[in-house]
Design a protein around this ligand. Structure first.
Ligand code: ZN
Length: 240
């Protein structure tokens, strides 16, 4: 369902920073906008014909927010009709002030975009088929607020982990009960103590064999083996 501009971890830039998207007609929905993202979008001509861009933000590591300012500035100043707001940023309410500050500091005035906060759960008016987004505060690094999201897209329930070294218990229980249709998880081959992502080892322990066809590994580190993950029964996302 989701496509990806890039599917790499922060420093695995060869396959781009992990950024998901869906495009329908003149609307583009994205999750995050990392450092490598804007240049990839231009390179792939993704913005051609786009009139409305919605960005769901998970957290503020550079590989998730690094080129957000470029995209907002480009949409406002370069895309036609110029000087009209085309970007809506959606985020958990705990990220709003920091996103505004980051954008101001990179020269993006508040009037160039709209920001909408999720306070628990947000309902949308069928935006590219999305009818609701629920946020979950998750464990990633101690100094950042990070969020996973559960989205209803058309008739599917879609979990998107953002960056997270665990699976929230409500989500895991929902997955085990068959309530989640598609499960996107940042997955690392690296498995050190204090891992900030979920290791493939831990994912394999948590998700039983018969449910792994619903899981899509993303945010892949340099050591990650697509073949190994697929042999275990998981899917692996590919970048555009
Ligand atoms: Zn991160």
């Amino acid at each position: 369902m989701l496509q990806f501009f890039g599917c790499g971890s922060a420093f695995n830039t060869a396959i781009g920073n992990n950024n998901a998207f869906m495009k329908r007609g003149s609307e583009l929905f994205m999750i995050d906008c990392g450092s490598t993202n804007f240049s990839r979008m231009i390179q792939k001509d993704v913005l051609n014909g786009i009139e409305k861009i919605t960005i769901l933000q998970t957290h503020l590591h550079a590989d998730h927010v690094g080129s957000l300012g470029d995209l907002v500035g480009y949409a406002y100043n370069v895309m036609e009709p110029k000087k009209q707001v085309k970007v809506t940023i959606i985020c958990d309410k705990q990220l709003t002030a920091d996103i505004q500050t980051i954008l101001r500091k990179v020269g993006i005035a508040d009037n160039q975009y709209v920001i909408e906060e999720i306070d628990g759960e947000m309902t949308l008016k069928n935006q590219i088929g999305i009818s609701s987004i629920k946020s979950y505060k998750v464990q990633h690094v101690p100094h950042l607020n990070c969020f996973a999201y559960l989205l209803r897209i058309n008739d599917k329930v879609v979990y998107y982990s953002g960056d997270c070294n665990e699976i929230p218990s409500e989500i895991l229980n929902g997955m085990l009960a068959g309530e989640i249709d598609l499960f996107y998880q940042d997955t690392s081959k690296a498995d050190p103590d204090g891992n900030v992502h979920l290791s493939l080892r831990k994912l394999t322990e948590l998700i039983p064999n018969e449910l792994r066809h619903k899981v899509y590994c993303m945010h892949l580190d340099e050591l990650f083996s697509n073949d190994e993950a697929k042999e275990l029964g998981f899917n692996v996302v590919e970048s555009l």
